[in-house]
Structures are given as structure tokens and as C-alpha cells.
Write a protein that binds this ligand. Sequence first.
Ligand SMILES: NC(=O)c1ccc[n+]([C@@H]2O[C@H](COP(=O)([O-])OP(=O)(O)OC[C@H]3O[C@@H](n4cnc5c(N)ncnc54)[C@H](O)[C@@H]3O)[C@@H](O)[C@H]2O)c1
Length: 251
Amino acid sequence: MSLQGKVAMVTGGASCIGRATALELAAHGADVAILDPASLVQAVGLLAEIEKLGRRALYVPGDVGDRASVEQAIERTVTQFGRLDILVNNAGVSVRKPLLELEIADVETVWRVILWGAFHCSQLAARQMVKQGGGGNIVMISSVHASRPYPNATAYNGAKAAVNHMAATWARELAPHGIRVNAIEPGWIDTPGEHKAFSEETIREEGKKLPFGRLGRPEEIARAVRFLVSDDGSYVTGSVLRVDGGFVLFR
Ligand SMILES: NC(=O)c1ccc[n+]([C@@H]2O[C@H](COP(=O)([O-])OP(=O)(O)OC[C@H]3O[C@@H](n4cnc5c(N)ncnc54)[C@H](O)[C@@H]3O)[C@@H](O)[C@H]2O)c1
């Protein structure tokens, strides 16, 4: 198991891509802490699944946009598991509105979670990794929106672009400490959020037009995370890995 002895924290790990990532990392040997505002009741099943894989699991209810909450989550993880080797910045929210209708509060909501969340978690996790020694890994779950100006997503597009650039900056700064920092750009992934945003017919018909005739699956993003944070990705840092089934080639 390539992640044996490693401790990972997955933000927004209670559902969809985050959940699949937590399970993938656990299946390959990592103990996993989940930082998510979802209720403990929602997380119980996931914790049991991680433990069934023979790994330790910790659920920390919290908010990545709140510095004190992140500090507490990292502290609890280190107290419980002794260290932190892998951070996956997966938590995300989106407000879909055209620029002309966008409220300041909408922008703040998105930037608070995606941008400030990634900043707080990465800075505090990196400090812990440097303190304990032995390197580490930080992965941003970004989006193809980072480089493509899809409309009605001003705050989201801007935040994802910023996250990619912060990741590249930190990759340079943290390389001397053996900490690798990378970003993944998922394309259109089949999650309940997408089923809320789009009609079933749109998902079915638009999905057929994608190169593989379907949306991506959360597990397909999770496997890319596992590659980046394992020794298989030992020479990869400052990179953006698009996992989109060719989505941007056509849209
Ligand atoms: N689904 C897609 O098509 C798609 C495509 C590209 C990128 N992404 C990105 O992947 C990531 C996960 O997306 P998903 O589709 O699984 O979304 P999701 O809404 O199912 O999951 C997001 C998770 O983040 C958590 N979260 C929200 N606010 C939080 C906060 N303040 N602190 C901690 N956790 C918080 C939620 O509780 C939830 O568990 C997001 O960053 C999203 O932008 C998704």
C-alpha cells in the first residue's frame, strides 16, 4: 500500500468527490481526517467505511473559511494521528449568476470557501508538514473553470484560477521542504450538485456529446489525487492535471 503510514486531511470530504477521495486514500493505506460542516450523522457511514478498510478515520465538523476552525481541525488531526502528510483542498461552493445580477454576498460566499479555504488549510497544513519534517503533499481540487471563462460563474472561475496560481507559487516555495503542491481540474463530474443545477435531460443529452459519452465519476478524480500524493507522482509538483475526459477539447 503506497500510502501506508500517511495521514491525510480531505476538506469537504463528506460527499461526492471528497468522499471518493477519502475512501481511495484509505484503500491505499492512509488514515483520513474529514473536515466538513456536514452533520456527524451524514459522516458516520463514511467513517465506518474507512475503518472497514483497516484505517483510522476522524471527522471534524468545521468550516474551511474560518481560520480558527481550520486550526482546530489540524490540531485535532495531529493529536489523534500524530502527523499530517496529505492535504486535499476539495471543499467548494458555487453561485451561478450572470455578472449583472451578482451580489457581493454571492462572491464572498464562493471566495470564502474556495479561495480563503484553500489558503487557510494549505498554510496551516504546510506549517505542520515543515515542523514534523519528511515532506508532504497538497492537492487542490480546482476545475476546468480555472482556465475557461464559462459564463455565469464569475466568482467560481476567479477563485479556481487563483487556487491554481497559489498552488504553483507554493510548489516553488515548499519544494525545499519536500512538499509537493499540485492541482487537478475535473471536468463535468456526475454529482448530486450537478443534478440540482441542471435538468436530468440536460445532463443526459449534454453528457452524450462529451468524448466518452458520459460525465466523469468521483472515483476518477479520486484516483488522480492518489497518483499525485503517492510516490508514483514523486517528480510532479506545480502541475495542473486535467481529469475531464476531454471536456475542454470540445467546449
Ligand atoms: N462536480 C463537478 O462537476 C466538479 C467539476 C469541477 C470541479 N469540482 C470541484 O470539486 C470539489 C468537490 O465538488 P463536488 O461536486 O463533490 O461538490 P459537493 O457539493 O458534493 O461537495 C462539496 C463538499 O464541500 C463541503 N463544504 C462546503 N462548504 C464547506 C466549508 N466551508 N468548509 C468545509 N467543507 C465545505 C460540503 O459540505 C460538501 O461535502 C469542489 O471544489 C468543486 O468545485 C466539481
